[in-house]
Design a protein around this ligand. Structure first.
Ligand SMILES: C[S@@+](CC[C@H](N)C(=O)[O-])C[C@H]1O[C@@H](n2cnc3c(N)ncnc32)[C@H](O)[C@@H]1O
Length: 453
């Protein structure tokens, strides 16, 4: 495989190509690396860059210099698959690296400037174009780029580190570049969970011991421990990755057992009603059904319908009795599955007590509000990992009427901000708010390209 790297600074690759596995891959003739300097592609005294057009300062590489450099590489090694690097490109991840490596190995790369071209065994040619300054003239990418990759949401001074990052990531998938194929396959981001924690001797270092189970020699228990530990760590730091991955039934179960129990309370007492802080609202069958079904979808343990008014609790119990009866179960068993988790209850205190008795710990209380109040620490929908780490049950509390009163808000550990779209309208029904919040909090949303597992 030939890899051409077009760069302003070939010297940045000096150590890179002479060290470690890359050097060995070159030595073993698995790859041939061809460094091309942009300034060698223009007349002496001519510049490789030109000021950007329009207001604003900055320079871009001249299109004709890039075209000449690409032409030069293709003359030497034949048509190449051209990769540009830009913070505006597709985010490079493990899946993409593997996909790219698979296409290389199966010679399925299509080159934009020569769509009929097929690479043969010897002539895989990849061209990496590394810009600097303000980047690349938009037309050059438009014309040449077969892929544009970003290595993260930050801006570097040039495309050389991205090119090296790409090479290290991609070449690990090329047979014989890395010694052990299994180690690549089990790495972080190859599946929904990180790699498991690794330990080497000595058994005790700085007072910290290798976990007993790892020393046990029991392969099955070690394997289970590794999966659970990797799952827990990924949930803590990269729930975004877990939720966009495709999860098998077993992986879903592992996640569920590593996430603390969640509960939902819908307050019909201790809410503000027409300015009255101690007001009560009526229960509705629509809320009961919809909140129960949303909660069942996301794996909430119980839904508490909280009202001090006995007649309201008995109305609710009557609704429930039907769905919990033989007739109700026969009529719609999936409704029964959801509704059986609903508990009419007298007060918020009793909710907390119930959870404490069931889970052995006080719940972390997360209130939600259509407006922002200063009662608790604000939390966003990206911080669930941090909350889960506390290993305590979590209770989401929703208000009816004009919202939760001070008494409840003051007890919250966290306050989730309002739900907004682009317009300023902010009047969701409570059952819709529950569905949106539960989905934002732990809804799974696999990316299509993660589903081909
Ligand atoms: C200073 S940057 C230009 C940034 C550009 N003005 C922008 O804001 O999108 C110069 C070059 O560095 C490379 N580069 C910088 N950050 C990158 C990233 N996160 N991923 C890939 N390439 C990057 C690209 O080749 C880019 O054209």
């Amino acid at each position: 495989m030939k890899i051409s790297v077009i760069t302003v600074f070939p010297e940045l690759y000096r150590a890179f190509i002479k060290t470690s596995l890359i050097a060995r891959a070159i030595e073993n003739k698995l790859i041939e690396l061809n460094l091309v300097r942009f300034s060698d592609m223009c007349e002496p005294k001519d510049r490789i860059d030109t000021p950007t057009c329009g207001p604003g300062s900055g320079m871009v590489l001249k299109p004709k210099v890039i075209a000449k450099a690409i032409g030069h590489c293709e003359e030497q090694y034949g048509p190449g698959y051209k990769i540009f690097f830009s913070p505006q490109g597709e985010n490079l991840n493990q899946k993409q690296l593997r996909k790219f490596a698979d296409s290389v190995l199966q010679k399925e790369l299509t080159v934009k400037t020569n769509e009929n071209m097929k690479f043969s065994d010897e002539d895989i040619h990849i061209i990496l174009v590394c810009a600097r300054y303000e980047g690349i003239d938009e037309r050059v990418e438009q014309y040449y780029a077969d892929s544009i990759f970003s290595i993260g949401d930050y801006v570097l001074m040039g495309g050389d580190l991205p090119a090296q990052v790409f090479l290290e990531g991609f070449l690990r998938y090329i047979p014989r570049v890395v010694g052990k194929k299994e180690s690549v396959e089990k790495d972080s981001f190859s599946g929904p969970f990180f790699d498991y924690p690794q330990y080497g001797l000595p058994v005790e270092w700085n007072g910290i011991k290798i976990p007993q189970i790892v020393q046990s020699g029991n392969h099955e228990s070690i394997e289970q421990w590794r999966i659970a530990t990797a799952c827990k760590k990924t949930l803590r730091y990269r729930f975004d990755w877990v939720r966009q991955s495709f999860l098998s039934q077993d992986e879903k179960k592992t996640c569920k057992s590593n996430i603390p129990n969640h509960y939902v309370a819908l307050m019909h007492s201790d809410v503000v009603v027409r300015g009255n802080n101690g007001g009560h609202t009526s229960v509705t069958s629509l809320d009961l059904h919809d909140i129960a079904r949303s909660s069942a979808t996301y794996g909430v343990e119980n839904v508490f319908m909280v009202t001090e008014l006995e007649d309201q609790r008995s109305i609710m119990q009557e609704f429930l009795n039907f769905w919990l009866s033989k007739k109700g179960i026969e009529y719609n068993s999936s409704r029964f599955e959801a509704v059986k988790k609903v508990i009419p209850i007298k007060s918020f205190e009793k909710v907390k007590l119930f959870i404490k008795e069931k889970d052995g710990a006080e719940p972390i209380i997360i209130t939600t509000s259509a407006k922002q109040y200063g009662y608790a620490k604000a939390i966003d929908y990206f911080s669930q990992g941090k909350v889960w780490e506390c290993n305590r049950p979590i209770l989401f509390v929703f208000g009816t009427g004009q919202g939760l009163n001070e008494k409840i808000l003051k007890q919250s550990d966290y306050l989730l901000g309002p739900i907004y779209g682009f317009p300023n309208y902010n009047h969701l029904s409570v059952r819709s708010a529950v569905a949106v919040i539960l989905d934002r909090w732990f809804g799974l949303n696999s990316r299509l390209d993660f589903m081909d597992k």
